[in-house]
Design a protein around this ligand. Structure first.
Ligand code: URA
Length: 226
């Protein structure tokens, strides 16, 4: 199969261990992105964390350092976490895609981020589902449209669905049309909160307003943890 599945660890014990999953992901060749990236950037954070943040893919800094959200977008996220009162010990951060996808301008040196395509998202999903299964968070936060689509399917729209406590679809349904997230904001099971990607704050003309909206969404997350 053209996905990450064959690269997952063999034993159930290893598949339920975030460290073992992360080590196995180092050798993933489930799609072509490993060829140009420096390394796999797996999720990291508190194994007992109640909140799992899902970004799009590692950026330039993350690719170099091998850790998620350590660049400019990570600094926006860190600040908002602190201001929303979400404790680091409660947080695990990861990405929908675990390798950096980029292009270079003709003759240029800078690596310019390119969004992953549907095939790359699908190929990488076994890692995201494994992380979800092991962490079993109370709240999953989709940072931006790519993460939202990875978790709720292609009909997901940030502008319509952000800042609300949605139901996290069953793992088996994730990425299918059944998983719209609108099927009940009450009831048992994990929640999903969608928001913008923190890098959108950095790109915005009106940074302060866009940041304030991001912070409001994270306050919804914080309130769900109390
Ligand atoms: N943007 C993301 O989506 N993820 C990272 O890890 C860094 C930047």
């Amino acid at each position: 199969s053209h996905d990450a599945f064959p690269f997952l660890p063999d034993t159930p014990e290893e598949r339920s261990d975030l460290g073992a999953l992360s080590r196995a992901a180092e050798g993933c060749r489930g799609c072509g992105l490993y060829e140009n990236a420096t390394q796999t950037v797996f999720g990291e954070g508190s194994p007992g964390g109640r909140v799992m943040f899902v970004g799009e893919q590692p950026g330039d800094q993350e690719d170099r350092q091998g850790r998620p959200f350590v660049g400019p977008a990570g600094r926006v996220l860190d600040r908002a976490l602190a201001e929303a009162g979400i404790e680091r010990g409660d947080v695990y951060v990861t990405n929908a895609v675990k390798h950096f996808k980029f292009r270079r301008r003709e003759g240029g040196k800078r690596r310019i981020h390119e969004p992953p395509n549907a095939g790359e998202l699908r190929a990488c999903r076994p890692w995201l589902l494994a992380e979800l299964r092991v962490l079993d968070p109370d709240v999953v936060v989709a940072l931006g449209a790519t993460a939202g689509k990875a978790l709720l399917g292609s009909s997901f729209r940030v502008t319509k669905q952000r800042g609300r406590l949605l139901a996290l679809p069953d793992l088996a349904d994730i990425g299918t049309p059944a998983a719209s997230g609108d099927s009940g904001e009450e009831g048992p099971g994990a929640r999903l909160v969608a928001t913008i990607h923190p890098s959108a704050v950095l790109r915005a003309e009106d940074r302060d307003a866009v940041y304030a909206g991001f912070l409001d969404d994270l306050k919804v997350v914080a309130s769900a943890l109390r």
